[in-house]
Design a protein around this ligand. Structure first.
Ligand SMILES: [Zn+2]
Length: 88
């Protein structure tokens, strides 16, 4: 499906950028994978394919509104994973 493929390209970039900028979360692969999975699960059910198509068009051109949706989801996921890390 086109929407989830596009999200799966956009969200990992946001995860890398935001995890690197937040000292309270580990930047190990386990934590980044957890943040990515949580972010995608929050983003995918929240929009119709029509809405997501519009959002992703904005993302393509780096418009603030589309990026903000992804940023908010990733930041929320970072807080969850930082408080409940699965790494040993
Ligand atoms: Zn970790």
């Amino acid at each position: 499906m086109q929407v989830s493929n596009a999200l799966e390209e956009v969200v990992p970039v946001a995860v890398e950028r935001l995890v690197a900028g937040h000292d309270h979360i580990s930047s190990c692969e386990d934590c980044k994978s957890d943040v990515l999975a949580l972010s995608l699960s929050k983003l995918q059910p929240g929009y119709s394919s029509t809405d997501m198509g519009r959002i992703l068009k904005r993302l393509d051109t780096e418009r603030a509104a589309g990026r903000a949706k992804v940023t908010v989801a990733v930041l929320a996921a970072i807080d969850v994973v930082a408080q409940n890390p699965h790494h040993s």
